[in-house]
Write a protein of this length. Sequence first.
Length: 152
Amino acid sequence: MDVKSTFLHGDLHEEIYMEQPPGFIQTDSSLVCRLKKSLYGLKQAPQAWYAKMYSFLLNTIFFGCHSNNTIYTKKVGKSLIILALYVDDILLTGSDPNHINHVKSSLKKQFEMTDLGHLHYFLGLQVLQSKEGISLSQSKYACDLLCQFHME
């Protein structure tokens, strides 16, 4: 899943001010705007986004992984759901499709997102799914790297 306007979701807990944006200046150009939500380019934006998502996941009974703070798990009966978060990309898997769909619905209610369907590519890793199993490869990443340096 892909979260739209990721860094605009974060709530700011400290006082941050910015100059009025061009074309918006109201009466006195010396006035500034106090931000309540984060903006792209703001140093606090990534931290505010992760805090917002962390709070949401804990409220929906996900548990953070002790060794990797971008992995969350949730047990529902005998079913396990695993969520990996990388900035605005969410990788969601589990043993019960109904529980996965419920988590997707919850996420979509809280954040505007796009469901990208079955995983094909994530963090340079190509994922090929078939009836025989799942195959992982970095061949596309390696080819892209060779092309970037004109070594194809």
